[in-house]
Write a protein that binds this ligand. Structure first.
Ligand code: B1M
Length: 216
């Protein structure tokens, strides 16, 4: 199966949507778990894309094609990750902050939270503070999750957290995304930081006082 995971990573790097779908289905049929497909196939592929992009070996169009290929696989994994069949434990409003259109990581976090029994209201990308606040109020959300992939947009998390405090909104806050760190989360006053989607689930449960074993 190792070879199939490697081929799936290669398909993400090459941006081959058809091969991504085919290999994802094949891995699942051979008994791989959805999370394993994510962690051993898709994410390592996108990591290579990120390095090549950073080093100017590839450019935005190629990255978009890889992102489209990865999303095709995620669409196959989503119902499996979300089918944990557990009672809803809390409401999470989530979005990528204003100015930022990266959504692959945020979508994975949403899927995993749904799979863990949370109701997730995903506001998409480029989300302004007013929108976050409207939906948190409307949904009675327990947690606001914010994602940022750019050093130029992560600062907006502080704007949102400050506004929540000014408006007396009690929702707890969780932040994440490649440039975000635990130290940054503390500095902007977030209640939690998660480095990946599995950790986001653990932290969301902890914020609501749910012991890890209760929901898994
Ligand atoms: Co952009 N991009 N990008 N990009 N892109 C990065 C982020 C970059 C690091 C690439 C690089 O230089 N190596 C760089 C940022 C540099 C910086 O800020 N320091 C960059 C840049 C510069 C840009 C543009 C400015 C390029 C340009 O136009 N010149 C532009 C900005 C557009 C904008 O947002 N306004 C841009 C555009 C794009 C595309 C549109 C082409 C595409 C996005 C497609 C899409 O998302 N629909 C894209 C992509 C794909 C990337 C890279 C290659 C991959 C991101 C990704 O999907 N990773 C990225 C390089 C990289 O990060 N290695 C890069 C896979 C994903 C599973 O991981 O998103 O980290 P990640 O999510 C993880 C964790 O971070 C965490 O859990 C997830 C799952 O484990 N997590 C959370 C995420 N959110 C969380 C929230 C939580 C908790 C955990 O709680 C709520």
């Amino acid at each position: 199966m190792n070879e199939l995971f490697a081929r799936l990573s290669a398909a993400v790097i090459e941006g081959s949507k058809d091969r991504c779908e085919e290999l994802t289905r094949q891995l699942l049929a051979e008994g791989a778990g959805a999370k394993e497909v994510l962690d051993r196939g898709l994410v390592p592929g996108m990591d290579v894309v990120g390095v090549r992009f950073r080093d100017n070996i590839i450019f935005v169009p190629e990255v978009l094609i890889s992102a489209r290929a990865m999303k095709a696989s995620l669409a196959i994994l989503e119902p499996i990750l979300a089918a944990a069949n557990v009672k809803e434990t809390g409401v999470v409003v989530i979005g990528t902050v204003k100015g930022d259109i990266h959504d692959i990581g945020k979508n994975i976090v949403s899927m995993m939270l749904r799979g863990a029994g949370f109701k997730v209201v995903d506001l998409g990308v480029d989300v302004r503070v007013e929108k976050f606040i409207d939906v948190i109020r409307r949904e009675g959300a327990h947690i606001l999750g914010m994602s940022a992939l750019l050093t130029t947009t992560m600062g907006y998390m502080r704007t949102v957290i400050d506004r929540l405090k000014e408006e007396g909104i009690a929702a707890r806050t969780m932040v994440g995304g490649a440039p975000v760190s635990a130290a940054f989360a503390t500095a902007v006053g977030a209640d939690a930081y998660a480095k990946n989607a599995s950790e986001a689930v653990e932290k969301a449960k902890a914020l609501l006082g749910i012991r890890a074993t209760e929901r898994s």
